[in-house]
Ligand binder design. Structure first.
Ligand code: SAH
Length: 388
């Protein structure tokens, strides 16, 4: 039996009718039974038809996250079966460092499992999945046999769920930092403190796609963090690489990463907005510019300001590119949709008096699959553009 039956209100907009896995509090007419038990919630529409089975989060606006449109009871066996299947996906085979489980896209909403060689990092993002923590850690041990198992459940979204932030070593002994190969380069990574679960694994495929164009080019990597794009481009034979990053901690790690890979990267600890303006004044020129800023907005009502920020850095970056030069630009703001971003690209191109040819569209690495029913699962969008 499932923990409870959740009945949707009649009418209204229910994205779950199109297979979207989220059900908001405002969509729910009533709940029968006790959904707080760790077995889940059966969701039914106003006519009593089954929508699917989900995990209940009492304090979240997203009250239910569906794990299935067919099964209604979340069990230990279902967890293990989903985890094994996710880990065995062809997109994940052969990656020493990469994502093994990606939340809703793998039918395990709110669960992230990342591999860094012999170490596995688990991240639980909401209350419905938190109830399964013990089973999750046991399943990871049995299925992936990690030498070290870490819990990095310290993503701020947990606070909205009334959950504590937690970082713990669950198995083995962890000494940080350690060197891992992400994409084609070595990085010194602290899995207890690094961004996300330690590294930008979602950009790994894009490191390859961008650095394939780097040979012989003068490269500028803005918002470089610890040098993901910069180091890959240098390894690929760039004529020179400049990296701009505002965090001094990231810059010092980035310097170590360049040394670790025996390549030269010139680091600039600076605000990219200011640095780009100055570079324009100084008439610096590049053949390949990467823009990978943090999300400029987490909410829909700040999209306009975010677009202004994107436009500013794009116009400035375009000024530095000669005809034939490439711009690789990424957007991880969910509310800034591809049409909004492309409109911003057109306006920026207009401001810089340049035409841009689309070379390729990029997305997050393919070990972070996209659930088509859930646009939010494609959270990283990229464009590789050539100045005509
Ligand atoms: N491309 C990186 C990830 C970038 S994350 C990689 O693949 O690893 C965004 C980075 O932008 C963070 O490291 C953050 O410190 C930096 N950042 C944020 N605001 C900035 C600013 N105004 N100027 C320069 N860097 C900034």
């Amino acid at each position: 039996m499932s923990g409870a039956v959740v009945n949707l209100i009649k009418g209204g907009t229910h994205r779950c009718l199109e297979g979207h896995p989220w059900i908001y509090a405002s969509e729910i007419a009533g709940v029968e039974g006790d959904p707080s038990k760790p077995c889940g919630a059966e969701v039914r529409d106003a006519a009593g038809r089954l929508i699917g089975g989900g995990l209940w989060s009492a304090e979240s606006q997203i009250r239910v996250r569906l794990f299935s449109l067919r099964e209604t009871v979340f069990t230990k066996d279902l967890l293990r079966e989903r985890m094994s299947r996710a880990g065995a996906a062809p997109s994940r085979a052969g990656r020493a460092c990469g994502r093994l489980v990606w939340s809703e896209a793998d039918g395990l909403p709110g669960l992230v499992v990342d591999r860094y060689d012999d170490t596995i990092v688990v991240q639980i993002l909401h209350a419905g999945m938190e109830m399964w923590r013990g089973e999750i850690l046991a399943a990871v041990r049995d299925i992936f046999s990690p030498a070290v198992l870490l819990d990095r459940s310290n993503a701020p979204v947990r606070l909205a769920e009334g959950l504590p932030l937690r970082v713990s070593v669950e198995a083995g002994a962890y000494a940080s930092p350690r060197v891992h190969k992400v994409g084609n380069a070595l990085f010194e990574i602290n899995l207890l403190t690094g961004h996300k679960t330690g590294a930008y694994l979602d950009q790994a495929d894009n490191y390859a796609l961008v650095s394939a164009h780097a040979s012989g080019r003068k490269v500028l990597d803005c918002f470089s963090n610890t040098g993901g794009f910069a180091v890959h481009c240098a390894i690929a034979g760039a004529a020179s690489v400049d990296a701009v990053e505002s965090s001094s901690a990231a810059v010092s790690e980035g310097k170590k990463n360049a040394a670790l890979n025996q390549v030269g990267v010139v680091w600039h600890e600076a605000n990219a907005f200011d640095w780009l303006r100055q570079a324009h004044t100084q008439k610096r020129r590049y053949d390949l510019v990467v823009l990978d800023p943090p999300s400029f907005t987490k909410t829909r009502d700040r999209v306009r300001e975010a677009v202004r920020g994107y436009r500013e850095i794009h116009v400035r970056a375009l000024h530095l590119l000669k005809p034939g030069g490439l711009l690789a630009t990424y957007c991880c703001s969910h509310h800034v949709t591809p049409p909004i971003f492309e409109e911003m690209l057109r306006e920026s191109a207009g401001d810089a008096h340049k035409q841009l040819r689309l070379v390729a569209r990029h997305s997050q690495s393919i070990d972070h699959p996209v659930l088509i029913n859930m646009p939010e699962s494609e959270y990283l969008k990229g464009w590789l553009l050539e100045v005509v």
